[in-house]
Design a protein around this ligand. Structure first.
Ligand code: BGP
Length: 459
């Protein structure tokens, strides 16, 4: 074995409630923004497939957990659905939801799989969106109550909590680039949403610590390194602004308890700062996590703008940079994303040298493949491309650990092929193939390979 990992390394994968549970308006659950948007505009979703029947985990949780074990998981992340647990957003807890999540958590523990539980994966309850979603600071208070309810109900057994998954994505999707509800294009509103998300995060962290349950409270961020096209100062400056906007806007408050001054100054000079309250600085300082999840799929390459900005266009991050397509970049041709394995090492190294080497783990990494059925041979998806993808990323993770990174595990996106928002089932990511008509699950070649790697704790 050339790559062996530290004892106790977390091997597993990640998923989320809205992408796997199905039964989206059953079991006492109320609608999320996804249910609402799909009812309004089904055409926005790939092949008009909406959130209603996603992977049927609500019915098949017991056999799915058996499959987790089969593909070598010692840990697994999913999320709790706020709209299922507290259908009105605030107040009464839905007993059916409590029973469901208890069963799932207990069964995972019985199978020797450590549950990692995230509290919010893009799934704002519609009742909360109707009062403004994250633009309304009351929603942050409601979220903190919901978080505390989860800690009290499940915290005796769950010791790895996460407040948010990729909190920048609903900001980008819902308030800048039109790929999430409510399809707003307005930077100041986006900044408010981002800010209130971190206020909600800090309140949840504070409540978790008050309960003194002895576990980890973390956050999961998609850290996309910004590589400048060249060392030309104009390119470097542009890449730095992209880094501030998309990475450090969440990373700095999560790890340092405060926003980067450079980012604050930039927004201030363009009149885009959200409204702050006195006491916020102290509150944000309490939001420092004890565990950071890192989602990494692809790098971001940046160059300086070639053209002047139209001053009448809406203020956007792209006022300061352009995305750059590097000639000869390695591509995942089945998804259209660049593959740059070293990026995962650069993230871990940056955390070690610039952020005091926090406890962290890879919480998502993976390779989406469109029309993956074409790779079926003798009834099994022969996804050698995915095995190669994982192995090459793990080599860089291994190197970072050798150099001192406190990276504690590697979770793939994802376990079973699942529903992915507007892309629905277009790109498949699972260790386990899902037949959409019959809901049959079959282990892909990569699932078998991963089980071996996990059992050997290396490869
Ligand atoms: C990540 C999200 C996941 C998942 C994945 C795949 O950013 O955290 O929820 O959906 O992206 O994305 P896609 O299906 O668009 O390839």
């Amino acid at each position: 074995m050339t790559h062996s990992f530290p004892t106790g390394f977390w091997w597993g994968s990640a998923s989320s409630a809205p992408q796997t549970e199905g039964n989206t308006l059953g079991g006492g659950k109320s609608a999320t923004v996804w249910d609402h948007w799909f009812a309004e505009q089904p055409n926005r979703f790939h092949q008009n497939v909406g959130p209603q029947d996603t992977s049927t985990f609500y019915q098949h949780w017991r056999e799915d957990i058996a499959l987790l074990k089969r593909v070598g998981h010692n840990s697994f992340r999913t999320s709790i659905s706020w709209a299922r647990l507290i259908p009105e957003g605030r107040g009464a807890v839905n007993p059916e939801a409590v029973a469901f999540y208890n069963q799932v958590i207990d069964e995972m523990l019985a199978q020797g799989i450590t549950p990692f539980i995230n509290l919010f994966h893009f799934d704002m309850p519609m009742v909360m969106q109707q009062i403004g979603g994250w633009e309304n600071r009351e929603v942050a208070d409601a979220y903190a109550e919901y978080a505390e309810t989860c800690f009290r109900l499940f915290g005796d057994r769950v010791k790895h909590w996460f407040t948010f998954n990729e909190p920048v994505v609903p900001v980008e999707g819902g308030y800048l680039y039109d790929f999430h509800y409510p399809n707003v294009v307005d930077f100041k509103r986006a900044a408010t949403v981002a800010y209130h998300t971190m206020i909600a995060h800090a309140q949840a962290v504070q409540r978790y610590r008050q309960l003194d349950q002895g576990g980890d409270i973390g956050i999961i961020l998609n850290l996309t390194p910004s590589y400048p096209r060249s060392e030309n100062p104009a390119d470097v400056k542009a890449a730095n602004i992209a880094d501030l906007m998309f990475n450090r806007s969440f990373l700095d408050p999560a790890l340092l308890g405060k926003y980067p001054e450079e980012l604050v100054d930039l927004l201030k000079s363009h009149h885009q700062l959200p409204e702050c309250r006195s006491g916020d600085r102290e509150l944000l300082a309490q939001g420092v996590v004890s565990l950071l999840g890192i989602n990494y799929y692809q790098p971001r390459r940046i160059k300086c703008r070639d053209s002047l900005v139209n001053p009448d266009s809406p203020f956007m991050p792209e006022w300061f940079f352009e995305n750059y397509e590097m000639p000869g970049r390695k591509m995942n041709p089945h998804r259209g994303w660049e593959i740059y394995e070293k990026g995962i090492y650069d993230i871990l190294t940056n955390l070690r040298t610039e952020y005091g080497n926090p406890r962290c783990f890879i919480s998502e990494n993976g390779m989406g493949v469109e029309n993956e059925q074409r790779f079926i041979e003798n009834g099994q998806v022969q996804d050698d491309y995915r095995i190669e993808f994982v192995r090459e990323h793990l080599q860089w993770v291994h190197k970072a650990i050798q150099e001192g990174s406190q990276c504690l595990g590697y979770h793939m996106w994802t376990f079973i092929d699942n529903w992915s928002w507007c892309n629905a089932y277009k790109n498949r990511y699972g260790f386990i193939q899902l037949d959409l008509t019959t809901q049959t699950r079959s282990v892909k070649k990569s699932g078998e390979w991963f089980a071996q790697v996990s059992r050997a704790n290396g490869f």
